[in-house]
Design a protein around this ligand. Structure first.
Ligand code: DGT
Ligand code: CA
Ligand code: CA
Length: 584
């Protein structure tokens, strides 16, 4: 019983209580307990076994909760949770994830309209059953239908940033086994796709059973779903700190395949995908009277193997250079490969600047100095401090006066640092009426102005276009941050007319951001490639709110790699001087 599983139970109980109309104090108590447990470095199970430790010493854990935790560890269950689950269907809980539906509304849908499944909810919304209810209307019905569509699309995928470190630990452990020679990840993780459906790993081993036993007995394994001679599928427990894009803890599943050494490259090629890429490689093989599958590349007439041990050999036999996994989506990789124009993809260590971050002035955790120190530790040569503007009331956004005072402070502080340049910046909201949240004469004083959409993301395409074009045409705006405003799995982005916006940005010399936050990654791979086609330099920023936030850079770099970007396409790979030259 790991901590994450226990925390998950309390979170679920809090959700159910809330829906059931329980008092807010009780709901919060369970939520706080879940958060405490999630952040604990020590295993609760071990703490209970150790007589010298008291659970009630933990913050937010009183006698009652301690007793419940002990019960969970002993029985594997939280009794109240099971009782509620018997009463309230899982689909009803999913309704809470639809924007605009809080516990009170979902309670009405369930207890009064007796909607027990997402299908029933959809049917009711389509047939104007819900709009009749007090407190609901046509608009809510519309929101429900849109929300349902989004729920379906997001399914239960998880962020790459959660899946990748997890699978790398599994691989490292597998490689330590005596009989295992190689263990690698394939599938969407290897392609560094922003979200992951399941994990696919491949190994070569003298004794496949040893690798499978290892996964059978792995502390994170929840259930072995299938096991054969060389193939195994397991489901893991909810991962610590891992949230699915749609806000629920996901039980990640993984396929392990143990393959012969002579087939390892072919299996890697096949199971890395994408399916679309593989359709083309198979066709290229057929055109050469060859057959390509997960076992190798074979001559069609006598079934003789011509390649299989390495991916390089397979691509070479197809008269292609090895294609980086990030590009294998059947977009432009085959054209590039055939003409010898495969890009030399950007790497994390080529990044020198980070031009989007927050401090305690708004919703950041560190002061200006704190952020500078954190950036220096990460070898950044230049940064921009870009707190929120006043429209973002929730984050204590800056008005002109506070902003000008902050810039004065930055100008003083930066005198103390000779190894890093610190720009006076701002993340300025583009308001719903298309004006900017701060006056021009203030923006004119900045070293670096990011303009962003935070509110009114659902406005019609024409309005969104006007807002973005207006910002781009403002002579003080240097970059558009997280262009669409999407949060993967949480909400879709604005309906952006990419072509018009990129044209304008190229004309005006405005940069475009890839926001490296794992839930944003906006621009995405396709749009980043499109922006590059327009000749727009891309900037990859962490949008850090803490020191750790600066480590998110790699996820943005991966998105850039999927877009086929090289060092030269990314503005913050240059020196500070080169970067400043790109600004207006
Ligand atoms: P995911 O798991 O949804 O994030 O995406 P992938 O790409 O990891 O997909 P997955 O796990 O279904 O399969 C892994 C790879 O195996 C996939 O990228 C290509 C290959 N593959 C699986 N099924 C097929 C198939 O029916 N045809 C072909 N050509 N390749 C397949
Ligand atoms: Ca997969
Ligand atoms: Ca799979």
């Amino acid at each position: 019983m790991n901590n994450a599983t226990i925390a998950d139970m309390f979170d679920q109980l809090a959700d159910l209580l809330e829906l059931d109309g329980a008092n807010g104090f009780r709901v919060r108590a369970y939520r706080n307990a879940a958060r405490t447990i999630d952040a604990l470095p020590d295993s609760l199970e071990e703490m209970i076994a150790d007589e010298s430790q008291k659970l009630t010493d933990l913050s937010g854990i009183g006698k009652d909760l301690a007793e419940k935790i002990r019960n969970i560890v002993e029985t594997g269950e939280l009794k109240q949770l099971e009782e509620y689950k018997a009463k309230i269907p899982a689909d009803v809980m999913k309704m809470l994830r639809i924007p605009g539906l809080g516990p009170k509304k979902v309670a009405v849908l369930f207890y009064e309209l007796h909607l027990k499944s997402l299908d029933e909810l959809k049917h009711a919304a389509e047939n104007n059953v819900i709009a009749q209810k007090k407190g609901f209307g046509k608009k809510t019905e519309q929101l429900i239908l849109e929300g349902l569509e989004h729920l379906e699309q997001s399914g239960s995928r998880m962020y790459l940033a959660d899946a990748k470190p997890f699978v790398e630990q599994i691989l490292a452990d597998l490689r330590k086994l005596k009989s295992v020679q190689q263990a690698e990840v394939a599938g969407s993780v290897r392609r560094l796709k922003e979200t992951i459906g399941d994990l696919d790993i491949l190994a070569t081993a003298d004794d496949p059973a040893e690798a499978m036993d290892f996964l059978d007995n792995h502390p994170q394994t929840d259930k072995v779903l299938a096991r054969g001679e060389t193939k195994q599928r397991v489901r893991f427990k909810p991962l610590v700190r891992c949230m699915t894009p749609d806000g629920n803890r996901l039980r990640l599943e993984m396929d392990l395949r143990v393959v012969p050494t002579a087939s390892f490259g072919a299996a890697m090629q096949y199971f890395t995908g994408s399916k679309e890429h593989n359709i083309v490689t198979r066709r290229l093989a057929q055109q050469r009277d060859l057959k390509l599958n997960e076992y190798g590349l074979f001559r069609e007439d006598d079934e003789e193997s011509v390649a299989g041990e390495t991916e390089e050999a397979i691509y070479k036999t197809l008269d292609l250079p090895w294609i980086p996994p990030e590009l294998r989506e059947d977009r432009r990789e085959f054209d590039w490969a055939e003409s010898g124009d495969l890009p030399d993809l950007l790497t994390v260590d080529q990044i020198r600047g980070d031009l989007h971050m927050h401090t305690t002035a708004t919703d950041g955790k560190l002061t200006i100095e704190g952020m500078i120190e954190a950036a220096r530790e990460r070898k950044r040569k230049y940064i921009a401090i870009t707190d929120h503007s006043k429209r973002v009331v929730m984050a204590n956004g800056l008005d002109s006066e506070r902003l000008l005072a902050q810039w004065d402070e930055i100008r003083k502080i930066r005198e103390n640092y000779s190894d890093i340049d610190v720009l006076c910046g701002i993340e300025c909201d583009i308001l719903e009426d298309a004006t900017l949240d701060l006056p021009d004469e203030v923006l004119a004083e900045a070293d670096f102005v990011i303009a962003v959409l935070h509110y009114g993301l659902k406005q019609p395409r024409d309005v969104i276009r006007e807002r973005l074009l207006n910002a781009i045409r403002n002579p003080h705006v240097d970059m558009i941050g997280h262009l669409t405003g999407r949060m993967i799995g949480v909400r879709p982005g604005a309906d952006v007319d990419f072509d018009d916006v990129f044209k304008a940005a190229a004309d005006e010399g405005v940069l475009m951001e890839i926001n490296a936050h794992p839930a944003r990654l906006d621009l995405d791979d396709v749009r980043a490639a499109q922006a590059k086609d327009h000749g727009i330099p891309i900037v990859i920023n962490t949008d850090a709110h803490s020191a750790g936030g600066m480590d998110l850079m790699e996820w943005g770099v991966y998105q850039a790699r999927r877009a086929g970007l090289s060092k030269k396409d990314v503005a913050n790979t240059g020196t500070a001087k080169q970067f400043l030259k790109l600004l207006r």
